[in-house]
Structure formats: C-alpha cells, structure tokens
Design a protein around this ligand. Structure first.
Ligand SMILES: [Zn+2]
Length: 294
C-alpha cells in the first residue's frame, strides 16, 4: 500500500465502524434493557450482619431493577400452597394495598439495607396518587403486581375488566412491564375479578403465611412474631404497606434480621416460582410431591 493509500484506507475503515456502531445502536431494543430481562440469581444477602457488629462499614449494594418472567406454566393458574419438600430457604415477602407515602418508603429502605427483594400487590388508585413510589419499587429490584384498582369485594364482569386494565396500564407506565401476577382483594377467589384475571393469563397468587397485620390488635411485636415463628422454605408471606401499617414497617427489620440469620433469603414471587420449577426439574419431576399451582 502506498503512503497516500494508507490514510485513505483508514478513513474508509473508520467510516465503516461508525456506520456499524450506528447500526447496532439503531437496532438495539429500547425496552427492556438487556440486563433487566435476565433471570438474575437471588440477591446478595446482607441480612446477616458481619461479625463484630461493624455493619456500618459495608454499605448495602445499590439496588437495581430486575424483571424475572413468571414460568409460563403458571399462566391462568392459582398458587395457594408452597411446594412440599422444597429445600431452599427462600421466602417471598408480599406487601398489599400500597403504595403509600407513609409506609412504602420505610419498607423499601429496610429491604435495601438487607439486600432483600419483595413483591408489591398494588392498587391502581394508590399508584395513580404515588407514581414515583411505584417507579422506585421497581427500580429497586422488587416485583410490582396487580391487586385491582379500588379493592372491591365484588365486581360485575365489566368493572372487573376495568379494575384490572386500569391498574395494568399504570404499572406498565411506571415499570415498562406488563404485570403478570394478580392477588384478589380480600383473597376472594370466587368472584369476577379473579376469573377475569386468570382468563387474561395472570397468575393468581395467594399466600401461605399471614403476618396478620390487619388485625386491629396487631403490634410490631405480634407481626414480627407471626412471620418469624412459622416459615418453611418457599413460603409466601402476606403483609401490607398501605397507610396505617406503620407497625408492619416497624416489624420488618426484625423479620429480616432474625430470618436472615436463620439462613433465609428474600426473593420476589416470580423468582420463587422459578426456583420451585428448577428444583422440581432437577429432582426428577413432581411425581412424589404436590406441585403448585395448588
Ligand atoms: Zn388488599
């Protein structure tokens, strides 16, 4: 190559690279980002304080959004039991009826401090008033799920569809993802809401442990005790983060600390379902066990 040809060749090469880079950028999917769709491993567990009590020395990891798709076999099914015999000490904490400005941020802070993830079954009416909090819930690695718009105990077919769709639209706007999980208000599984949700492919998620934090006599102490004394690996825990549930926020650090010290890790419901199925597959199938949906 002559001395004049070399710079010309470099210019052509550089232009080609720029075109290639532009092409990659233009073709890259804007939504969702690649690292948001990966099924990530369970979060780092910071629930056990380092030896020597110098927990202050290690700041909690920066939380990040995680979107773990629900295994497809659960679509249109109801989960109301854990998998019997599931050995991994995973718990799915769930918070209903939020987001609220008073309780949800306290809960998020505690979850962050302990490297814990959870699932929030939110009301459309509450999201509409607190969109920033729903955005924060998702941005900090938690799952956002549909709990209807206005928490009715019953609904006509038409209003059931509206309750689901209005809430789904708000969740989609705040998280960029279609909600996949639904929990019927009051756990009522026989009504139009649950039927409409299942027919749309939602997974109906009930719970296997209740913190009983809606009991009028509940205190932070009783709420913590209700959760700490009963879990088995794979349990789904019912709690609330609507206004007035300050006791739940107060109970959460003790729950995370004591169960974390007992070896439990806190994951979202989709992560739990995924872990159940991986275990069932690896262990030779469901023959000898009752398997959800159940
Ligand atoms: Zn509720």
């Amino acid at each position: 190559m002559s001395s004049r040809a070399l710079p010309i060749a470099l210019i052509i090469l550089s232009a080609g690279c720029l075109v290639a880079v532009w092409h990659m950028w233009a073709l890259a999917p804007a939504e969702p980002p690649p690292d948001a769709v990966a099924i990530s491993p369970a979060p780092p567990v910071a629930a056990t304080a380092p030896e020597g009590g110098d927990a202050q020395a290690t700041p909690p990891a920066t939380p990040a959004p995680v979107f773990c798709p629900v295994p497809t076999r659960y679509a249109g099914q109801v989960v109301s039991n854990r998998v019997k015999g599931f050995p991994d000490k995973l718990l799915a904490l769930t918070f209903d009826d939020g987001p609220s400005t008073t309780v949800t941020p306290r809960i998020l802070e505690t979850l962050r401090e302990h490297g814990a993830r959870a699932t929030f079954f939110q009301l459309g009416s509450a999201i509409a008033a607190n969109r920033d909090i729903t955005r924060r819930v998702f941005a900090e690695g938690h799952a956002v799920a549909n709990h209807s718009y206005s928490h009715p105990s019953s609904a006509s077919e038409e209003s059931a569809a509206s309750e689901l769709e209005r809430t789904a639209t708000l969740i989609r706007e705040c998280t960029g993802h279609e909600p996949e999980l639904f929990r019927p208000p009051y756990g009522i599984t026989k009504g139009n809401l649950q039927r409409a949700a299942l027919s749309r492919g939602y997974v109906g998620i009930l719970w296997t442990i209740s913190a009983a934090d809606t009991d009028r006599r509940a205190t932070a102490e009783t709420i913590a005790t209700n959760v700490i004394h009963t879990p088995n690996p794979g349990d789904i825990v019912l709690m609330h983060d609507s206004a007035g549930h300050g006791d739940t926020a107060e109970a959460l650090p003790r729950i995370l600390e004591e169960l974390g010290a007992a070896g439990f890790r806190f994951v979202t419901v989709p992560e739990l379902l995924d872990a159940w199925d991986k275990w069932l597959e690896a262990d030779g199938g469901p023959d000898s066990r009752s398997t959800p949906p159940g």
